[in-house]
Design a protein around this ligand. Structure first.
Ligand SMILES: Cc1cc2nc3c(=O)[nH]c(=O)nc-3n(C[C@H](O)[C@H](O)[C@H](O)COP(=O)(O)O)c2cc1C
Length: 381
């Protein structure tokens, strides 16, 4: 199977599975507990039908949107994700390059493996820095200052990970940083020598946003332990309000779900919020963002830019979310599997397929731009 054989999310996932050692594939593909929310994220789009209009003169189609003051060439952005150089040696750089090609936004995680400065210097497309609020307030202040100095466009604070989700696939394989694999996990790596060779021949693995502040001390840190031991579970709205003031620019909360919280986000001056359950990786049984979208848009959509992520695999999923009132839609695994499958070329192909789907589907919907979508084109089963 080659990149040109990949025509959709599932093809990229299959190719990624062939290329990655099992524990790394499972880290991307897995979710919390019984993975119910993970499955529901995509399933929730299937409860909703599109009702097209016809004969509307759709020869020209405009996919651009403006969100949090950023003009994007696509209504889809690459949501921040951790550890990308484990998936492909070009990691965040490949994702940033592909996002820049399509004029869309991408995020670098606090757990990113390329520095926010490096990608900022290389690409001018809107860049998000995804922030985790650590117990060490000095670390929080330093990270924020660093993002400011680097010229990051949007600060995105993730608020659904105050403690680690229970990712049982990772427990089984022993996935952690640095690797402390179980015997079964080690065997999985032995089966993928090409990945291992690539990993060893390229720049050494690092977490540049954290390394000055965190002493991994040679001991393995699972992602669950990082959340639980290093992040500040005592964080409150007052802490975030202070961050918003200090940042003094576009500020977005990622992982809000309730109308109450959305109103609070407006109250403290946030510019955007992302309805998200972290791709089903945190609270299993939590609601799909798409199911929660209309309620939140109705409550605050005129005062803050509402976005969503989770389970998006198709252009039609994006159109449904935009019809309900989302300003843009984030994707995670949709670009991570292509990254693992083929680096920058993989992510570019995935975004190009998404662009083509969006153009085709908008035309079939009888719309010349995303702004022409509305709830009138939706029916729920
Ligand atoms: C492998 C992986 C790593 C992730 N790392 C982060 C992270 O560091 N910070 C964060 O806010 N969200 C992280 N997320 C969540 C994504 O930003 C996004 O919310 C989620 O992937 C959307 O669901 P989807 O994968 O179904 O598109 C991660 C998701 C995955 C799959």
């Amino acid at each position: 199977m080659r990149l040109t054989d990949c025509h959709n999310f599932h093809d990229f996932r299959t190719l990624a599975r062939r290329r990655l050692p099992g524990p790394i594939f499972d880290y991307i593909d897995g979710a919390a507990d019984d993975e119910v929310t993970y499955r529901r994220n995509t399933a929730s789009f299937e409860r909703c039908d599109l009702v097209p209009n016809v004969l509307r003169g759709v020869d020209e189609v405009d996919l651009s949107v403006t969100v949090m003051g950023q003009k994007l060439g696509l209504p889809v952005y690459c949501s921040p994700t951790a550890l990308q150089r484990l998936f492909h040696h070009d990691g965040e750089r490949a994702v940033a390059a592909a996002a820049a090609k399509f004029g869309t936004m991408f995020g670098v995680s606090s757990l990113g493996t390329a520095s926010i400065e490096d990608v900022r210097r290389a690409y001018s497309t809107p860049q998000v820095f995804q922030f985790y609020f650590h117990k060490d307030r000095g670390l929080n202040r330093a990270m924020m200052q660093r993002a400011k100095d680097a010229g990051v466009d949007v600060m995105m604070l993730t608020v659904d990970s105050i403690t680690g989700g229970n990712r049982e696939r990772d427990l089984r394989t022993g996935f952690s940083i640095p690797f402390r694999l179980t015997l079964g996990g080690m065997l999985q790596f032995a089966l993928k020598p090409r990945w291992a060779l690539n990993y060893l021949m390229h720049e050494r693995f690092a977490l540049p946003q954290l390394q000055q502040h965190v002493d991994f001390g040679g001991s393995a840190l699972s992602i669950g332990r990082y959340f639980t031991e290093m992040l500040d579970a005592s964080m409150t709205w007052d802490d975030v309000a202070q961050m918003v003031r200090e940042w003094n620019g576009p500020f977005c909360l990622k992982g809000v779900m309730s109308v109450d919280d959305a109103k609070r986000a407006v109250g403290i001056g946030c510019t955007g919020l992302v309805l998200s359950n972290h791709g089903g990786r945190q609270l299993d049984g939590s609601r799909a963002a798409f199911d929660q979208l209309a309620e939140v848009v109705d409550a605050v959509g005129d005062r803050i830019d509402v976005m969503m992520d989770g389970g998006v695999q198709r252009g039609t999923h994006v159109l449904k979310a935009l019809s309900l009132g989302a300003k843009a839609v984030g994707v995670g695994r949709y670009y991570l599997f292509p990254l693992a499958a083929a680096g920058r070329a993989g992510v570019e192909r995935a975004l190009e397929l998404m662009r083509l789907e969006l153009v085709r589907d908008l035309r079939l919907m009888g719309c010349r731009s995303t702004a022409e979508l509305s709830r009138a084109n939706l029916r729920f089963r």
